[in-house]
Design a protein around this ligand. Structure first.
Ligand code: HEM
Length: 141
């Protein structure tokens, strides 16, 4: 990612952070609308799940300029996801729901540059999670 894309992602996430709870609700609502088949994978309380998702996104957004440092945590998260029954294909609707949520939350501040930055960030993160899941699937359970 370019320094400019990282800056776009950070400043836009700072605008969403104060509305993290409704943003998470919007996100899961959209996800289950476009990919109803993943609804059954979620067993936990969705409010708690939404908080975990936003906290993790904050850590990732913070660490975008030093991705190697994030890799141990990303690998562990990826293996957990294999255990939840998440497949590589599931990362597509999750990415779409994330971008849609940002667009709803940011309104006009969701510029093409912001979209590009988030697309790049999610592609990098999901690519790393999928690769880690494929590298050690046996560690899933
Ligand atoms: C880059 C993308 C993703 C991030 C940052 C992320 C983040 C997280 C985090 C932080 C947790 C909680 C883990 C814990 O409790 O220790 C979690 C759980 C979970 N995630 Fe993800 N996730 C991502 C992608 C996905 C995808 C693609 C799916 C597929 C639908 C998915 C489905 C789930 C499920 C089913 C759980 C467990 C919920 C439960 O305990 O009931 N996640 N995720």
């Amino acid at each position: 990612m370019t320094p400019d894309q990282i800056a776009q992602v950070r400043s836009s996430f700072a605008k969403v952070a104060p509305i993290a709870e409704p943003a998470a609700t919007l996100f899961y609502g959209r996800l289950f609308e476009i990919a109803p088949e993943v609804r059954g994978l979620f067993k936990a309380d969705m409010a708690e799940q939404g908080r975990k998702l936003m906290t993790t996104l904050a850590v990732v957004v913070n660490g975008l300029d030093n991705l190697p440092a994030l890799m141990p945590a990303v690998n562990a998260l990826a293996r957990k996801h294999v255990g939840y029954g998440v497949t590589a294909a599931h990362y597509v609707p999750v990415g779409a729901a994330l971008l849609w949520t940002l667009e709803q939350g940011l309104g006009e501040a969701f510029t093409p540059e912001v979209r590009d930055g988030w697309t790049q960030a999610y592609t990098t993160l999901s690519g790393a999670m999928i690769a880690a899941a494929e590298a050690s699937p046996a560690a899933a359970s």
